[in-house]
Design a protein around this ligand. Sequence first.
Ligand SMILES: Cc1cc2nc3c(=O)[nH]c(=O)nc-3n(C[C@H](O)[C@H](O)[C@H](O)COP(=O)(O)OP(=O)(O)OC[C@H]3O[C@@H](n4cnc5c(N)ncnc54)[C@H](O)[C@@H]3O)c2cc1C
Length: 443
Amino acid sequence: MRVDADVAVVGSGFAGSLAALALLKRGRRVVLVERGRHPRFAIGESSTPLANLLIEELSDRYDLPRVRAFSKWGPWQRARPDVACGLKRGFTFFFHQPGAAFADDADRQRQLLVAASPHDEIADTHWYRPQFDQALAEEAQAEGAVYLDTTRLERLRHEADSTILEGERDGRSVRITARFVIDASGPRGFLHRALRLDEAPRRWLPATQGLYTHFEEVERWDRLRPTSEPPPYPIDDAAVHHVFPGGWIWMLRFNNGLTSAGAALIDPVAAALGAADGAAAWSRLLATVPSVADQFRSARAVLPFVHAPRLAFRSARVSGPSWALLPSAAGVIDPLLSTGFPLTLLGIMRLVELLERSSVGRDRDAALLAYERVTLAELDATERLVTALYATMDDPPLFKRLSLLYFAAASFSEAARRLGRPELAPGVLLSAHPTFGLELAAC
Ligand SMILES: Cc1cc2nc3c(=O)[nH]c(=O)nc-3n(C[C@H](O)[C@H](O)[C@H](O)COP(=O)(O)OP(=O)(O)OC[C@H]3O[C@@H](n4cnc5c(N)ncnc54)[C@H](O)[C@@H]3O)c2cc1C
């Protein structure tokens, strides 16, 4: 099988399909290559106001009304009830003391509830990735992408001004000729391996591990622990974070009865729990947070546990003359602040614009270098803040004050973009803002 394309996009997660859609809308011939097959499990599920705003911007810029419906709970329910998602009205944090039931004082020192939207219609969502990613891959095919799933890419070489990708699909050899390659295959992905790129050393973040899966029959926190005063939003209709010294648990409820739950743990905590043991380690973890364990009394994992022995990753290089890694392939820090989606969506928009504006030559080389610099700088800004949060997991008041820097930056960025002034909010977390960026780094 031979395919000739302007751009080869490797990986058909939501990011690869969105990049393909935008390029197709600009008249590029795109081949989208996937090693697996949809629907498939993928981690990274919780969106944010900024991520959804970027979905809107991308949909408007590239005339993708069917994608725009995914930017808010209400339109999503009406347009695509067949694609499961979760209602996300805010960010919920509870701070636990190991071994003790959750308890708080009158000032609610040990919790933080940050409302992200005033009502359900315009609320954010958790993306049920098996169906969400499949829907976007189908959109890309409908728009004209050549879609090759179950394809194993084995070799890459450059020939004149083209890149040749060779591999195998269903026992047949595949040869793709492309002018540009976008890597959307996630961390430690295709180009990182094929080009033997170095992994950048961890800088600030402690080494962390992940343990996660999907469950059914997870009880709601607000049903087990009703409050006398109504909270600013239903506590469970949110990205729920249960924080304890050395790690945290996420819980994201979908509207199909499933709940995504998992933990990010620093190495010593993961080792003490034997995180590689999967389900048994999860039970041992729950025993240290009894109030969370109450929610799992009748719960069952519907998929095997995933143990990720190293969560964070950073590629030393992000782009070259005829290739680029999306931010999600260039690095992953931690799910703590749901930064993966906005970083990735900004990267898609920058990259597609870059390919539109600059043709081959010095212009493009300079633009690709700038793309690499900004991608790495935004990962740095995220890593610094997440590191500060890991360092203060045993100090809820300080953790809360630090996390409010994130919410301030996100709210400001959203307002600036909605007012048509994105230049006022440069960089994820305002990392390139002349005042805020420096002060944030200092904190
Ligand atoms: C534990 C964890 C939790 C996270 N939670 C959040 C969150 O709540 N919110 C958030 O914003 N971000 C989160 N993130 C980050 C988020 O996962 C990523 O930003 C997001 O998944 C990126 O999507 P993607 O489409 O680029 O890549 P992926 O979802 O990784 O998809 C990559 C695709 O490429 C395919 N592929 C891989 N290798 C090849 C190959 N060689 N050839 C062809 N195809 C290939 C894979 O099969 C897959 O379909 C989390 C990350 C982790 C590790």
